[in-house]
Design a protein around this ligand. Structure first.
Ligand SMILES: [Zn+2]
Length: 309
């Protein structure tokens, strides 16, 4: 469920894998091959694309017939399933751009999002560096100046559905990166927004984790949650973090709308969280935000969760 790594504070161009792979040259060749499939499907051609051609031509033979749907490349599963997953991911991409960022006609991604579907825990763990028991999806992003230069999602594909259960959530992280290009949104906000696209069942699970922690006095204070710069290290604290973050995001969006919430995050990065809360929500004290824990917006009333699987 994590978005990794953080966007660098200073522009850095890096094509290299963000995770340890053993054979970087093979990894680069695979990435270039994915780009070829993606570029064939992308409508526009630019100097940026042509710059990749040399690398692509030398790596074509390593392509394992990835499926490209325009903005998404799916690998690691059968052709028919990859086609279905790709179409679904495109639908979620459009929904996230429209409902969270107000972009009804988002620009195509010149660098496609690779979705790697893993059929075994070993394969997932080797790619991501973490067990699927902790999170069944992971997103990796790399940035250069005002562009995203790598978009990659790894998901477990061994569930009962044709579409892996973590896809929607991870696609939201990738879409948000287009807006938060120079600095990642706060962790709680990034996760809370992605959780809006999880199934109602999953969201209810996170809500239960949060309410249970609240009863036991284990939740974060508002100030601590808003200031949290990274994910909690241990599993039980992570569960509370996801539930509490989701509750806060739903509460704030319910007070206005998703567009206001995004503007609030933009301003918070400039003027600070408290000033931005005052400006967009007329909340003058962090203590008032604790109302979110008692007035939790019902699951999925915002109509953001997609059910097409
Ligand atoms: Zn996540």
């Amino acid at each position: 469920m994590h978005r990794v790594p953080n966007p660098p504070k200073l522009p850095v161009f890096a094509l290299a894998e963000t995770r340890s792979r053993g054979d970087i040259r093979a990894a680069k060749a695979r990435l270039a091959a994915m780009l070829l499939a993606c570029l064939a499907a992308c409508a526009s051609t630019t100097a940026e694309i042509r710059a990749d051609d040399a690398a692509v031509s030398s790596a074509t033979e390593t392509t394992a017939h990835p499926t490209a749907t325009g903005n998404i490349v799916v690998v690691g599963t059968s052709q028919s399933r990859a086609d279905f997953i790709g179409e679904h991911a495109e639908t979620i991409r459009r929904a996230a751009f429209s409902q969270l960022l107000g972009e009804t006609h988002p620009k195509p991604w010149l660098v496609c999002c690779e979705i790697h579907v893993h059929e075994s825990a070993d394969s997932f763990e080797q790619a991501v560096g973490g067990s699927p028991a902790e999170a069944r999806g992971a997103t990796s992003l790399e940035f250069s100046g005002d562009r995203v230069v790598t978009r990659r999602i790894d998901v477990m594909g061994d569930g009962p559905g044709i579409v892996p259960d973590a896809i929607d959530h991870e696609v939201v992280h990738v879409v948000l990166a287009d807006h938060f290009i120079h600095a990642a949104p706060p962790r709680w906000a990034d996760e809370g927004l992605a959780l809006l696209f999880d199934t109602p069942e999953k969201q209810r699970g996170h809500e239960a984790d949060f309410q249970d922690a609240r009863r036991r006095g284990l939740t974060w204070s508002v100030a601590d949650l808003l200031a949290l710069e990274d994910y909690p290290a241990d599993g039980p604290r992570q569960k509370i973090f996801y539930g509490q973050s989701a509750a806060l995001v739903r509460w704030l969006i319910a007070r206005r709308d998703a567009a206001t919430f995004i503007r609030f995050l933009d301003d918070a990065a400039q003027v600070g969280m408290e000033a931005a809360l005052d400006r967009h929500y007329a909340i003058t004290s962090l203590v008032s935000v604790s109302s979110a824990w008692k007035e939790v917006a019902p699951i999925n009333t915002l109509g953001l969760s997609q059910r097409r699987r």
